[in-house]
Design a protein around this ligand. Structure first.
Ligand SMILES: *Cc1c(COP(=O)(O)O)cnc(C)c1O
Length: 679
């Protein structure tokens, strides 16, 4: 229609209009329904809802790796392996336990049993594949410390990896120091990647002198000269590896780690030069490892096979050229299925652990057998896969902004302006068959209303009345969209633009940096209330004053990444807790102090054989004094200055001495307080 300010289409004969072209309309839903505005008692009694539906909606069975589920009370449960079999605990019980210990939200929860289980599975699965294939070499894995450097985590990995000779990978001097004191036994490898200066090399050589198998993986040619010189100085035989640049390119976010332009590794020309240098130094027997790393989160198993095949050709070529080798290091890349779609989409993967192990063993075996080369020891550096599941970020919801209209008057208010009247009639006019047209009208009249306001023709109250009518129209249109078989393109984003904003007590920048920096999608779901239907399409905002401080990309049952998450109605009377899952890899030290929100609290738990939850470690988050000192304030002198300011006010008789005492007390307490909202 061509709208005019004076002539609004009347709601005449809507029945006749809806009768035709039934193919546009799904049967059985012909009435206009206002979206439920809360999921109060009616939703609890809703027979159409079930725990099973909640499982499907949030996909917990798809991404939970068997560790996470919803129990019959509607709480999120963690299934953990213990020494006497699997046990299940409720995350809400864990939250109660944390509160009893005065540890408040946001909390990064680490579940130790899950680290142990990952370490065990990775090793067992490779051992199994090796046995099945009758592979003649063995397997060792190293944990890349950069993926989670926290003391408690590295210690857990060392402890649970002891029976398997699980080692450590270091990419810097600091990480090497950690690796040296964390490898559980002389059976374990230490692999040094990254650029190395003299001190780095000297440190690694000390590990060799202590009897550890510590590899220097060459990233550049210069390093080799240094390694030769320093190992002569200490009179130790170094273990040398070389990282090669493969031509194989992988898909996904880390594609840049592979191919000719990758930042790391030696070109074939440099590799040959390194061989010659070692030969002329009489040290070719030290060249024991070939290393490559295709990048993290390799989503497609075919990329892994292709890269590995190429690497095997390098391995064989080096052996033919006189290098002894014996170790083939595949780096990381073993991916996590964050969306539960089992696809090559960048937050997923099209293979599982067993397939990975089997394919790796088979590919190496086929390549080596073809050239009669002995099977190498297989080394992997899987970080993400090992530690992602162990951590859950938990936080409470503080408030909700919604885009629901206020109640709309039944009849047109007397003497209202033309603009308001147009919107009022447009609301009466919403019909299933004309939703696009209704939407166009709503926008047109709303813009007209705003123009009138700018020109001084209507009052602020009239504008508010009109804006509310506009909201009522678009909400009504939105609630009717599910009845259409084809949703017009322009209306597809309506539910996102009307979604609620749930404000969570956390900082994306501090606790989920990858969600912001690389658009990582993490599974998010409420930690309780799953017996109730979640009726509120929502996004989640954090506490920072930054428009990037939000979570608005979620996996959905269809496998697509969608922009809203269904949440339960929020009321201030009842705490509402959300969890972000699979966050144990890469997140914990990349975080920053945006808006001076500091580290969240951290708690590690372990579930014992009888199902008891032990709180094994708690690390209180930063205080305000902590974060201020990170940006070079001296908390003590801040307090001194504040005292003086308040004293001056007393002198000028603006405040009493008692008021000053209270003020100074508050200032001092705040310095010792938590940077997040205190519950
Ligand atoms: C980052 C990195 C890893 C870890 O990769 P994941 O995909 O997390 O397993 C392993 N090796 C090297 C060289 C790395 O840079």
């Amino acid at each position: 229609m061509v709208p005019s300010t004076t002539n609004v289409k009347s709601p005449s004969n809507p029945v006749a209009e809806e009768a035709d072209s039934p193919d546009l309309v799904k049967s059985g839903h012909n009435s206009i329904q206002q979206e439920e505005s809360s999921d109060g008692p009616s939703a609890i009694d809703d027979n159409s809802w079930s725990i099973e539906k909640a499982r499907d909606l949030y996909g917990v069975g798809r991404w939970g790796a068997g560790y996470f589920d919803i129990d019959s009370d509607g709480n999120v449960a963690v299934n953990v392996p213990t020494e006497s079999g699997p046990r299940s605990i409720s995350m809400m019980d864990v939250i109660d336990g944390l509160h009893q210990r005065d540890l408040h939200m946001p909390v990064m929860l680490r579940i130790e049993n899950l680290i142990e289980d990952r370490v065990r599975r990775l090793n067992m699965s490779f051992q199994h594949a090796i046995k099945e294939a009758n592979y003649q070499g063995s397997f060792r894995t190293v944990f890349p410390i950069k993926v989670n450097q926290q003391h408690h985590v590295v210690d857990s990995i060392g402890r649970s990896g002891r029976p398997f000779g699980h080692g450590m990978e270091a990419g810097s001097k600091a990480e090497l120091l950690v690796a040296m004191i964390s490898v559980p036994s002389l059976e374990s490898l230490i692999v040094c990647n990254g650029y190395k200066d003299e001190e780095f090399i000297d440190l690694g050589l000390q590990a060799c002198r202590l009897g550890y198998k510590c590899f220097f993986v060459l990233e550049t040619q210069d390093e080799l000269e240094l390694i030769i010189r320093r190992s002569r100085h200490f009179d130790v035989k170094p273990c040398i590896g070389a990282r090669v640049k493969l031509a194989t390119k992988v898909e996904g976010h880390w594609a840049g780690d592979s191919g000719d332009r990758s930042l790391f590794g030696l070109t074939t020309v440099e590799l040959i030069t390194a061989v010659d240098t070692l030969k002329s130094a009489g040290m070719i027997d030290c060249f024991q490892m070939l290393h490559f790393h295709l990048g993290s989160q390799v989503t497609n198993i075919r990329n892994i096979r292709d890269g590995l095949k190429e690497a095997c050709r390098f391995y064989i070529g080096l052996i033919e050229d006189g290098a002894p080798l014996g170790y083939l290091d595949l780096g990381g890349g073993l991916a996590v299925d964050y969306t539960g779609t089992a696809s090559t989409e960048s937050h997923s993967r099209n293979y599982d652990l067993d397939e990975y192990c089997f394919d790796v063993v088979e590919t190496i075996m086929n390549s080596m057998d073809a050239q009669n080369v002995p099977h190498p020891m297989i080394v992997t550096e899987s970080g993400r896969w090992t530690v992602a599941p162990m951590s859950v970020l938990m936080f409470n919801v503080l408030a909700v902004t919604n885009f629901d209209p206020e109640p709309v008057p039944e009849t047109l208010p007397e003497n209202c302006s033309e603009g308001v009247a147009n919107l009022f009639r447009a609301l009466q006019n919403v019909r299933l068959k004309r939703l696009q047209e209704n939407y166009n009208d709503a926008i047109y009249y709303r813009d007209q209303l705003r123009d009138s306001f700018r020109a001084g023709r209507i009052t602020l109250r009239e504008r508010a009345l009109g804006e509310n009518l506009y909201l009522a129209i678009v909400n009504r249109i939105n609630s009717m969209l599910p009845q259409l078989q084809r949703v017009p393109a322009e209306l597809e984003s309506l539910s996102h633009s009307l979604s609620n904003i749930y404000y969570g007590n956390f900082s994306v920048f501090q606790s989920l940096p990858d969600a912001w920096a690389i658009d990582q999608v993490f599974p998010v779901m409420p930690l309780h209330r799953h017996a109730q239907k979640p009726t509120r399409k929502s996004i989640i905002a954090d506490l920072t004053c930054d428009c990037d401080g939000k979570l608005d990309r979620f996996s959905s049952p269809s496998g697509e990444v969608v922009r809203t998450l269904d949440l339960h109605a929020f009321s201030k009377e009842q705490p509402y807790y959300l969890g972000v899952f699979l966050v144990g890899a890469y997140q914990e030290t990349l975080g920053d102090l945006h808006n001076l929100f500091g580290d969240n609290n951290v708690a590690s738990i372990r579930v014992t054989g009888d199902g008891t939850v032990e709180f094994v470690e708690e690390v209180p988050g930063d205080t305000i004094a902590d974060v201020l000192s990170y940006v070079e304030y001296e908390p003590h002198s801040l307090l001194t200055r504040f005292r003086a300011m308040a004293e001056e006010a007393v002198r000028q008789k603006k405040i009493t001495v008692e008021a000053r005492r209270q003020m100074v007390q508050l200032f001092r307490d705040s310095l010792q307080g938590f940077t997040y909202f205190e519950e």
